[in-house]
Design a protein around this ligand. Sequence first.
Ligand code: SF4
Length: 246
Amino acid sequence: MIATSAARANRGSETAGRTSEELREIVQHVGAELELAPAEHIIEWAFATFGERFCITSSMGDAVVAHLAAKVAPGIDVVFLDTGYHFAETIGTRDAVAATMNVNVITIEPKQTVAEQDAEHGPELFKRDPDLCCALRKVEPLRTSLDGYDAWATGLRRAETKNRVIAPVVGWDAKKKKVKVSPIARWSDEDVDTYIADNGVLVNPLVYDNYPSIGCWPCTRRVAPGDDPRSGRWAGTNKTECGIHM
Ligand code: SF4
């Protein structure tokens, strides 16, 4: 099922959240304890602890975390940021996840359409100021969409880039003031491939077309075999992250 961003904004006010102090205390209490736990157990703990105030975010590169969650947290919200610049394959993967998995896919959109952003900032902002473009189309919409949650899960893995080496399994996201859960933080590339093969998990078809890391089409390039999987993101610039995980 796919819900709209407006529908999600209403649901967020249905239950009161914990204070930042309470959330930080939870992280301090269980963070180290869950560090070596299986991914399903980590998600199960988060769902039991936060209930409907826990969600998954997905960029629809694959549905590994959604698949794990559907087993132990059926019906869980899966938040997808539609920047307006996604490949058709990414939107298709989102639709396939929504149609076939026991999760609640919620599509969040930026305040401005691409046309409105072009009118205010000029066309192709991604070429001139990708940090501002990401702030407007990714960082701010995600921050707003997480208002109704105390905790969010990502598919972040330490093996992906050196910037992600220290991603804790359960950590405190000081900027968003949320508990950030990375259930597959310890997984290697081989772990991911094995889980996908063993469980028939949905994968964005671009992954098999030399796009190991998939973002917006203007900022994503194919990667040569053996190169850093994220080297196709913002290729030719110093930018390596959109800002969501910083
Ligand atoms: S990845 Fe590129 S197109 Fe997408 S929001 Fe960032 S700068 Fe804009």
